[in-house]
Design a protein around this ligand. Structure first.
Ligand SMILES: [Fe+2]
Length: 448
């Protein structure tokens, strides 16, 4: 793609691949744990031919889901599939995908995350677009409205409450004006609770956090910009120096009027690691970006993102410390602890334009950081933790991630022991293609 040289988010391992791939019985180095049967899935932008590099924003490329199927010690298949929106299907010469929505309702090839929920697989994204259901082999089934229960928009980062099995979702859409919406999706896959939250502006709300008593609302100064939208910008959100940065504590069963707003110093947060109640305060560990979409408008690249801790107080004040200052993103925990006190976090190191390098494990109690040291050769994606057994201790399990081998220009799916991330991998599954750096993924076990 020689015509992409003007856009850093189309270069290196952000350059898209040109076709879908299916491969069976993959070569494995090491031994895949026999306990692991299911699919590792990961979504990310893979813009189609004809994308204009002068205006392309990394967040707007058509989604491509990559999947690796494990069967008790075997790597049975690898598949990559574009998520079908109307535009993607048309570009591929296919009929439009089935849709639960009225004709004309915006569809976008959801490109940010992929989850298993209620026995179904969904590619998901934010900013006004619905989830797209996939089958087990990653083909698009439908543009979904969750059985008629979804008002409009979903999110790339629903939070699965490990105690109830429900999904908590913070969603936004420019068409709502200065308002966002919080949803709870029941275990039956239907939205059972909706809370509209008025705000001073229209912030980009990429993620949320959950504790046992609160839902955390990130009202931060990267906001919808009508003037920028009028230029035809594909993602019309920009940094605003005059917009107050604050985090809201919404009681789980409360309404918008019950929110306690805590001021914080200006920054942007895409991703929390986790949050939990601690007496009368709430602790939030999250990746802090100094700014977002202030100067670089084609993707996130505005200073070093660090892992930081905020303590949010009932009087609306907060304190802030740095837990791990090295540039990193894609924080994940042992998600059995989501909303409760955690000790360990796992992240991917990022350089300029989110160039992925090291893998990190952070002990949030001691501040110790383990950095996997072979990053000159390998670029690591988001790590995902899988417990060894349902009742294993925190950290007793595996870490899964995709990595690019820059020697071969091919990607690998790697399983590490989470207690020794700098040891030799437990297993490496060799893939027949390069997978561009993307966003988020999950292990969808056969039992889940
Ligand atoms: Fe994200």
């Amino acid at each position: 793609m020689s015509d992409t040289a003007t856009n850093p988010f189309l270069e290196g391992n952000l350059a898209p691949v040109s076709e879908e791939t299916t491969a069976f019985d993959l070569r494995v180095t090491g031994t895949l744990p026999s306990e692991l049967s299911g699919r590792y899935l990961r979504n990310g932008p893979n813009p189609m031919a004809g994308t204009d590099p002068s205006t392309y924003h990394w967040f707007t490329g058509a989604g491509m889901v990559n999947g690796i199927r494990l069967d008790a010690g075997r790597a049975s298949w690898y598949r990559s599939r574009w998520v079908r929106s109307h535009d993607v299907s048309a570009a591929l010469g296919e009929p439009p995908p089935p849709s639960d929505w009225p004709k004309g309702h915006g569809s976008f090839a959801a490109n940010t995350n992929v989850i298993g929920f209620g026995g179904k697989t969904f590619a998901i994204v934010e900013a006004g677009f619905p989830p797209i259901e996939l089958n087990d082999e990653l083909d698009t089934v439908r543009i979904s409205n969750l059985g008629g229960s979804l008002p409009q928009s979903f999110s790339a980062h629903p939070k699965l409450d490990p105690l109830t099995g429900e999904l908590h979702v913070m969603t936004y859409w420019w068409g709502w004006g200065n308002q966002i919406q919080y949803l709870v999706v029941g275990v039956d896959g239907r939205v059972r609770r909706t809370v509209d939250i008025p705000l001073p502006g229209g912030p980009m709300v990429h993620d949320m956090a959950l504790t046992e008593t609160y839902v955390l609302v990130f009202d931060l100064p990267c906001v919808f910009d009508l003037d920028y939208a009028s230029t035809g910008a594909s993602l019309p959100y920009r940094w605003n120096d005059t917009y107050e940065a604050r985090i809201g504590l919404l009681p789980r069963d409360g309404g918008a009027d019950d929110i306690t707003w805590c001021s914080i110093d200006p920054c942007y947060i895409f991703h929390p690691l986790n949050a939990y109640d601690d007496g009368d305060t709430v602790v939030l560990d999250a990746i802090r970006h100094p700014r977002m979409f202030s100067h670089q408008l084609l993707g996130p690249d505005e200073g070093k993102p660090s892992l930081d801790r905020w303590v949010l107080k009932a009087d609306g004040t907060s304190t802030h410390t740095v837990l791990a200052g090295e540039p990193q993103e894609f924080p994940r925990i042992d998600e059995r602890l989501l909303g409760r006190r955690h000790r360990y976090g796992y992240t991917a190191g990022v350089g300029n334009t989110f160039k992925q390098d090291a893998l990190r494990k952070i002990d949030c109690e001691t501040g110790d950081v383990v950095r996997r040291g072979d990053s000159d050769r390998y670029g690591w994606g988001e790590p995902v933790f899988i417990p060894r057994t349902a009742d294993a201790a925190e950290d007793d399990g595996w870490l899964m991630a995709l990595r690019l081998d820059t020697d071969t220009n091919l990607s690998e799916f790697v399983v590490l022991d989470a207690r020794g991330i700098d040891d030799d991998p437990v297993a490496v599954v060799h893939l027949p293609v390069r997978i561009p750096n993307g966003f988020h993924g999950n292990w969808v076990g056969d039992q889940s």
